[in-house]
Design a protein around this ligand. Structure first.
Ligand SMILES: [Mg+2]
Length: 128
């Protein structure tokens, strides 16, 4: 079976970079959806089945922390694994994101292998 990945980042260049890493990861990715902020991500999550979310934190309208909070409060979205991909590497922020249910944390700039391994971890957890 193939996975559907949702990439959430306000930078189109970063979204396409992440998409390339995901495409070359060796996972069976059926569909790669993209969102430019948390609000956009939530509406996509309401209308499409997504296996894993890769999200930035600093975004306009709704940031990644608020996105995670909203997902955490939703019975269906709570089960979707989330990997944070952000320049924010402060301990307090990482702690908050992990408490809100994030399964992995990748600090930008990142090596493609780091994202690949976090993605692998997140997907395995999702399919236990
Ligand atoms: Mg950003």
């Amino acid at each position: 079976m193939s996975f559907t990945v949702l990439i959430v980042d306000d930078s189109p260049a970063m979204r396409s970079f992440i998409r390339r890493v995901v495409d070359m990861s060796g996972f069976d990715v059926g569909k790669c959806l993209e969102a430019g902020d948390g609000e956009d991500a939530l509406s996509q999550l309401e209308s499409s089945w997504v296996d894993v979310v890769l999200t930035d934190i600093n975004m306009p309208r709704m940031n990644g922390e608020e996105l995670l909070r909203r997902m955490h409060c939703d019975d269906l979205m709570r089960g979707i694994p989330v990997v944070v991909v952000s320049t924010d590497s402060t301990e307090a922020r990482m702690k908050t994101m992990l408490e809100l249910g994030a399964r992995g944390y990748v600090t930008k700039p990142f090596h493609p292998e780091k994202l690949r391994s976090e993605l692998e971890r997140a997907l395995e957890v999702a399919h236990v």
